[in-house]
Design a protein around this ligand. Structure first.
Ligand SMILES: [Zn+2]
Length: 124
């Protein structure tokens, strides 16, 4: 998993350094991507709580954090907000591909985690 993260970062910054044409930050593609980030976070929260109700342990965070719905909701949407803020920083630097790739990676990793949680909850 660490090798995958390193490869992702290498691809991310190699693409980020290329010059791209500009666009409005809240264009259609970013609106769809940011909605995807929020949806993947929502599915991750729901699937985590489902797994906890089945008696499974949280793998990446503490059980205390994910069992507190207000804290976990704040954490999850805080991460979504941080991702969008970082996308905005990339946009201002002119790294428009990196700005989009960040959301794709966010949706992919969090969506995968949610799917894994549902798999463990319902089919294990
Ligand atoms: Zn941009």
């Amino acid at each position: 998993m660490r090798l995958l993260n390193i490869l992702t970062l290498v691809c991310f910054f190699s693409v980020a350094s290329q010059a791209q044409e500009t666009h409005r930050f809240f264009d259609t593609q970013n609106k769809i991507l940011f909605t995807g980030v929020a949806v993947s976070r929502t599915l991750d929260m729901h699937s985590t709580w489902q797994a906890r109700r089945q008696g499974l342990q949280e793998a990446y965070l503490s059980n205390e954090l994910v069992d507190n719905k207000k804290k976990f909701t704040g954490f999850s949407y805080g991460m979504a907000g941080a991702s969008i803020a970082l996308s905005y920083a990339f946009h201002k630097k002119g790294w428009h591909k990196a700005e989009r790739i960040l959301s794709y990676v966010h949706i992919g990793t969090v969506g995968y985690t949610a799917g894994h949680n549902y798999y463990l909850s319902y089919w294990q």
